[in-house]
Design a binder for this molecule. Sequence first.
Ligand code: NAP
Length: 400
Amino acid sequence: MGERIDFRDGRWVVPDHPIIPFIEGDGTGPDIWRAARRVFDAVVEQVARGKRRIEWLEVLAGEKAFKQLGTWLPEATLDTIRTHRVAIKGPLTTPVGGGIRSLNVALRQVLDLYACIRPVRYFEGVPSPMREPQKLDVVIFRENIEDVYSGVEYKAGSPEADQVIAFLTERFGAKIRPGSAIGIKPMSKFGSQRLVVKAIEYALRAGRRSVTLVHKGNIMKFTEGGFREWGYEVARERFGDRTIPEADAGVGKRETDKVIMKDRITDAMFAQLVLRPEEYSVIAAPNLNGDLLSDAAAAQVGGLGLAPGGNVGDGYAVFEATHGTAPKYAGQDKVNPGSVILSGAMMFEELGWDDVATAIGRGLGGAIRSRRVTYDLARLMPGATEVSTSAFAECIIEHA
Ligand code: NAP
């Protein structure tokens, strides 16, 4: 019998037989979920030798929910995920023009999943546009609620935009061209600091050397600049004995065992990740910066095909593949299950099953090195043998 995962005093309480809800997803979702589940169960069995096992619980969303229940996102799905706290999902179709809420948005809001976490690292053998892609190994913590996700926008020429312009001009002497579109991005100390706290806690737990705050504070002094200031402040106040600002670490004192707190302006950070990737480890960024950086970093190590993701709050977490449903390949047992498998590895790491996470990473790395890979990698790797989704999963298990 499975048991629920709990969260007490800021920590996950994970039974040996946790119940984990899953959404298999639309399009190729069932193909990759089947393969991923096979890998998760086999690796847990290998590592824990029967002592631990996952009780998977299917919840419906997307096309499957619509066909069976007439709704794209049943309330029961949200309730089950809330009750069980940790879930994993495949990609879902976003119906064009439909008035439905996106599941990701709903989950983010209902469970307050304020950190979007994207680890980006290289797997040997994956074709990359970089000469030394292995030097990039970062975990990006992107704020998931505020900034442009809470943005308020008014169309150019609308009464709302005109009134906001009139108000700002008359009351505060702002200079705004009449007829402009207006956008407001709110960023709070509370929202910024809890994200930075998550990034620092992760760096400490994972033995990572630095946390870099990425911001555009030279131009947006109070929102992006606030993110930088609040980040350093919470590092000093809550982790003063375990972190040190880069300015105080100094050249030649690099052997410090404290986590070094750095900050970089967004545009410079893009250049740094290309030119000196080895100097960065954990990155904490506001919503838009984090969004841009995550995809750019993933491209450096060979694209989005293998990029995992997790949306994490306090006591709630949902992990997912970062690609879409690739509907033209649905049911062909053809596409790469790597992204959802690595999302599972992230989930196990978050829950403290590091042994399982490590074995999954090892298995995927070994499968790619063996050059028996799915079509997307095979077409780019000279001499590789193309295998099906399910055969690739078996190959991962063999190498775990
Ligand atoms: P997509 O499903 O990501 O597919 C675009 C292309 O990426 C595919 O044609 C394929 O390239 C490649 N690809 C995607 N997944 C792959 C995999 N597992 N293995 C190998 N190659 C893979 O993007 P889309 O066509 O723009 O979106 C399709 C649907 O997915 C839409 O309804 C969209 O809204 C939804 N979507 C959902 C999520 C989510 O749920 N998280 C995210 C993004 C999009 P080739 O054609 O070159 O082989």
